[in-house]
Design a protein around this ligand. Structure first.
Ligand SMILES: Nc1ncnc2c1ncn2[C@@H]1O[C@H](COP(=O)(O)OP(=O)(O)O)[C@@H](O)[C@H]1O
Ligand SMILES: [Mg+2]
Length: 273
């Protein structure tokens, strides 16, 4: 298991758009991080720095002790799996099973390990029954899950998921949440980009908030949700329950149990008055 270090990274696209400025943070093995911020904040650009698809114009990214500027994307892919925001940029095989098998085969895993990883990834993403289908024939929500499955099958210590819940129904969101929880329980590092702040609050213990290509906030959920005035700058809303606690004048809470505890404490207090 390996750490990830982003050191004073800036990135300017060839057309002159400055997408990232002075970004620094470290991620320890086993962390589950959410990367949040409005459209255009720089989330995808940052995600692509974490696996060498893009290289910083300034600063450096270290995956363990590998500087992304000095290693091929192929080598870095063994360490960091990246689920693209848009499935059509990732999918290129004619069956779901072949799509999943490409990564582990390409990483040189023995055939039996590759097969076991593909079978497991199909099961975890609930795609087993679609294994022989053409990915492009699947509904968009399932196609997105194919891209997640193909990265799971690569068995990398670090995974970066770019908007994995987009277009998913309630079951799909549950399936993806469980996958993130299990990866983390197994000591893997997961970085999830999402607009779904409730999903982030449920499955990520640390939130990094980007705005205008900079890190605005970086900390545990309770710290980040305690700064609504900063979140506003990048159009991130608090989780639904957190907004409810604010309306009720209760201490900040975003999990049902915490909200019930706060309500009970207030009733208790009122009973004593
Ligand atoms: N290929 C590209 N060429 C030029 N500018 C880009 C490119 N991709 C993204 N950008 C710009 O970089 C900024 C950050 O974009 P992006 O990283 O996609 O943000 P997010 O994922 O948070 O929506 C935006 O201003 C966007 O328009
Ligand atoms: Mg994006």
């Amino acid at each position: 298991m390996i750490p990830l270090h982003v050191e004073q990274v800036a990135y300017t696209y060839p057309n002159g758009v400055v997408a990232l400025q002075n970004i620094s943070f470290s991620i320890a093995p086993g962390e589950s991080i959410a990367l949040i911020g409005q459209n255009g904040a720089g989330k995808t650009t940052l995600a692509r720095q974490l696996n060498g698809l893009l290289q910083p114009t300034q600063g450096r990214v270290l995956i363990g002790d590998l500087d992304t500027r000095q290693h091929t994307v192929a080598k870095l892919a063994a360490q960091v799996g990246y689920v693209f925001q848009h499935p059509e940029h990732q999918i290129f095989k004619r069956t779901v099973r072949d799509e999943l098998a490409f990564g582990p085969r390409n990483l040189g895993y023995p055939a039996d390990r590759a097969t076991a990883l593909v079978t497991q990834a199909l099961r975890l993403t609930e795609l087993t029954e679609f294994a022989e289908d053409h990915p492009h024939d699947l509904l968009p929500a399932l196609r997105k899950r194919v891209t997640l499955a193909s990265v799971l099958a690569m068995d990398t210590p670090i995974l970066v998921l770019d908007e994995p819940t987009t277009g998913q129904d309630a079951r799909g969101i549950q399936v993806i949440g469980a996958i993130i929880d299990n990866l983390r329980a197994a000591g893997r590092t997961v970085i999830t980009i999402s607009h779904d702040i409730d999903f982030c609050a449920d499955h990520c213990h640390r939130l990094i908030v980007l705005g205008g290509g900079r890190v605005l906030l970086d900390g545990p959920a309770e710290e980040v949700f305690g700064r609504p005035e900063v979140l506003e700058q990048t159009a991130v809303e608090l989780p639904q329950l957190a907004r409810l606690t604010a309306r009720l004048g209760l201490p900040l809470a975003w999990q049902p149990e915490a909200l019930l505890d706060a309500l009970e404490a207030r009733q208790h207090q009122q009973g004593q008055q």
